[in-house]
Design a protein around this ligand. Structure first.
Ligand code: FAD
Length: 451
C-alpha cells in the first residue's frame, strides 16, 4: 500500500513517466520531515530505483516580499539542504521564474517525473500551469499542507466555518495520522549537485532590504519543532482563555513556520489532538478548521485579495455606505508609519513593522480600522494587503487574505447591525477592545520597547 493517501495526489498534466531521476519541486512545504510530497517522491524513486532530487525555484522578487521574509525562508532552506544531503537526496536552488526554471532543471537532470506541493495562491498556480504545459514528463501535485486534502474537504467555495466544519470533522479520523519517517535514499545521481553558495544566491535577488531580518525568531524545522513543543507543554491547555489577550503570550507563535512550511500543520494538529481539553479544542478549530477554510477560500475564489470576493450582501451594504463621511481618513503612508489618532492602532502597526508579527486579536481591529479610515473599501483592501504582506513574517498567506476579507468584507461572516461606513459588516470599537484586555498596558509596553 502506498505511504501517501491517494486523495492527496493530483496530476497536473497527462505527460508520461519516463526513465530518470524523480524531482520534487519544493515550493510551499519547505521541510524534510513530515512532508507528504517528499515522501511520495521518494517512494516513486525507490520503486523505480532512481535518484531523488529536490529543486527549489527562487523568485528574485516575490509579490511584495522583503528581505525580512527572504532571510527567514533562506535560513530554513539551508537546513533543508543539509538534511537532504545526509539522506542521500540532492538539492538544487536556482534564481529565476520557478515555472520556467523547473522545466530547464528537469531536462538537465534527466527527470523521469516531477512531484510538487500544493498552494491555492494565484502565483503558485501560474508557475505550475506553465510548467505542466512545458514539461516533457508527468507533473503531479501532492497536498502536503492540509490535514484533509483541499479537494476532499470541499468541491466548492464554502460560506463559513459552520459549513466546512462538519465536512472536515467527518474526514479527520482518516487523515489526522502520524507521518512515516523519511529514510535514507539508496540511489544517487551520477555526478553530485554542487553545494549551494548562499551568499552568492543572495546577490541574485532584487528585494527591498530596507525591511530587515527579525532577530528574535529562529527560522527552520528544528526551531519550529521547539516552538511547537514549548507551546503544547506550557500554553495549549489555556489557549481557549488566553488567546484573545495580546498582553499574555497565549498563542503558539507558529504562523511564520507554518507559512513557510517549516512545520507541517498535520504534525502540530496530531500532537495537539493527543491532549484533551477546551484549550486543545479551541486550538484545533483555528489550526485546522479556520486555516483550511482560508485555503478553500483562496482556491475557489481567484479574487481573494480584492473586494470582488466579498459576498453579495457585503458588497451591497458597503456600496450603500460608500458616500458616508469619514471622520478620519489616512493615506497609506500615514497608516504605514503608525500616525493615526488611535494609540492602540499605532502600537499594533509599529509592532508589526518592528517585530514582523501582530497578535491575531489585534489583527481584526487593525484591518477594520483601515476600512473605517480609508476613502473606500478598495483603498482599504489595498492598504491592508500591502502592509500585511510587506511586514508580516507570515504574510502572503491564504490566512492573511481570508483574514483581511473577513474584516473588511464579511467573508465567512454574517450581516450585523447597520452603521456608518461598514453598513452591516461587523464593526469593532475601541470600547470593545478595552473590555477584552488591558489596552493601556499593551500600548505602554510597545512605547517602552520603542524608547
Ligand atoms: C486582518 C488579518 C490578517 C491576518 N494575516 C495573516 C497572515 O498574513 N498569515 C497568517 O498565517 N495568518 C493571518 N491571520 C490569521 C491569524 O491572525 C494568524 O494566523 C495568527 O494570529 C498567527 O499567530 P499564531 O500562529 O500565534 O496563532 P495561533 O492562535 O497559535 O493559531 C495557530 C495557527 O492556527 C491558524 N489560525 C489561527 N487563527 C486563524 C484565523 N483566524 N484564520 C485562519 N487560520 C488561523 C494559523 O495557521 C495559526 O498559525 C490574519 C488574520 C486577520 C484578521
Amino acid at each position: 500500500m502506498s505511504l501517501v493517501h491517494p486523495n492527496r495526489i493530483f496530476p497536473l498534466n497527462d505527460r508520461p513517466m519516463r526513465e530518470g531521476a524523480v524531482v520534487y519541486w519544493m515550493s510551499r512545504d519547505q521541510r524534510v520531515r513530515d512532508n507528504w510530497a517528499l515522501l511520495h517522491a521518494r517512494e516513486l524513486a525507490l520503486k523505480l530505483r532512481r535518484p531523488l532530487v529536490v529543486f527549489f525555484g527562487l523568485s528574485p522578487s516575490f509579490v511584495g516580499a522583503t528581505w525580512r521574509q527572504y532571510a527567514f525562508m533562506l535560513a530554513g532552506l539551508r537546513e533543508v539542504e543539509r538534511d537532504l544531503r545526509a539522506l542521500g537526496i540532492g538539492f538544487r536552488i536556482v534564481t529565476g521564474d520557478p515555472g520556467e526554471e523547473i522545466v530547464r532543471f528537469a531536462e538537465v537532470v534527466g527527470a523521469g517525473m516531477v512531484v510538487t506541493d500544493f498552494s491555492p495562491l494565484r502565483i503558485h498556480r501560474m508557475w505550475k500551469d506553465a510548467a505542466a504545459k512545458r514539461l516533457a514528463v508527468s507533473l503531479v501535485e501532492v497536498d502536503a499542507h492540509n490535514v484533509v486534502p483541499y479537494r476532499e474537504a470541499s468541491p466548492k467555495r464554502e460560506y463559513a466555518a459552520r459549513t466546512i466544519r462538519p465536512k472536515i470533522h467527518r474526514l479527520l479520523p482518516e487523515y489526522l495520522t502520524d507521518f512515516p519517517k523519511i529514510k535514507k535514499h539508496p540511489f544517487a545521481l551520477d555526478s553530485a549537485l554542487p553545494e549551494t553558495d548562499w551568499e552568492a544566491l543572495r546577490a541574485t535577488l532584487s528585494v527591498d532590504e530596507s525591511v530587515g531580518e527579525i532577530s528574535d525568531i529562529v527560522p527552520g524545522e528544528r526551531a519550529a519543532q521547539g516552538v511547537m513543543d514549548e507551546f503544547l507543554k506550557h500554553r495549549l491547555n489555556r489557549y481557549d482563555r488566553d488567546r484573545n489577550d495580546p498582553n499574555v503570550g497565549g498563542v503558539s507563535g507558529l504562523s511564520p513556520y507554518l507559512h513557510f512550511g517549516q512545520i507541517a500543520p498535520q504534525r502540530v494538529a496530531y500532537e495537539a489532538a493527543k491532549r484533551d481539553g477546551a484549550g486543545a479544542d479551541a486550538f484545533l478549530e483555528e489550526l485546522v478548521i479556520r486555516r483550511e477554510l482560508a485555503e478553500n477560500y483562496c482556491f475557489y475564489e481567484p479574487h481573494y485579495d480584492a473586494v470582488d470576493a466579498f459576498p453579495e450582501w457585503a458588497r451591497r451594504t458597503l456600496a450603500a455606505h460608500r458616500g458616508d463621511e469619514r471622520e478620519y481618513a489616512y493615506t497609506k503612508d500615514e497608516f504605514e508609519t503608525g500616525k493615526t489618532h488611535d494609540p492602540l492602532w499605532n502600537a499594533a502597526q509599529r509592532g508589526l513593522v518592528e517585530t514582523g508579527r501582530m497578535h491575531g486579536y489585534l489583527r481584526m481591529y487593525w484591518a477594520k480600522k483601515i476600512l473605517e479610515w480609508s476613502a473606500s473599501p478598495e483603498e482599504a483592501m489595498a492598504t491592508a494587503v500591502f502592509l500585511n504582506d510587506r511586514y508580516a513574517l507570515d504574510g502572503r498567506d491564504p490566512n492573511g487574505y481570508a483574514g483581511i476579507a473577513w474584516s473588511l468584507g464579511g467573508v465567512h461572516d454574517r450581516p450585523w447591525f447597520d452603521r456608518p461606513i461598514f453598513g452591516t459588516v461587523r464593526y469593532m470599537a475601541i470600547s470593545g477592545m478595552k473590555k477584552k484586555f488591558d489596552v493601556e498596558r499593551y500600548v505602554g509596553g510597545r512605547i517602552s520597547q520603542e524608547a
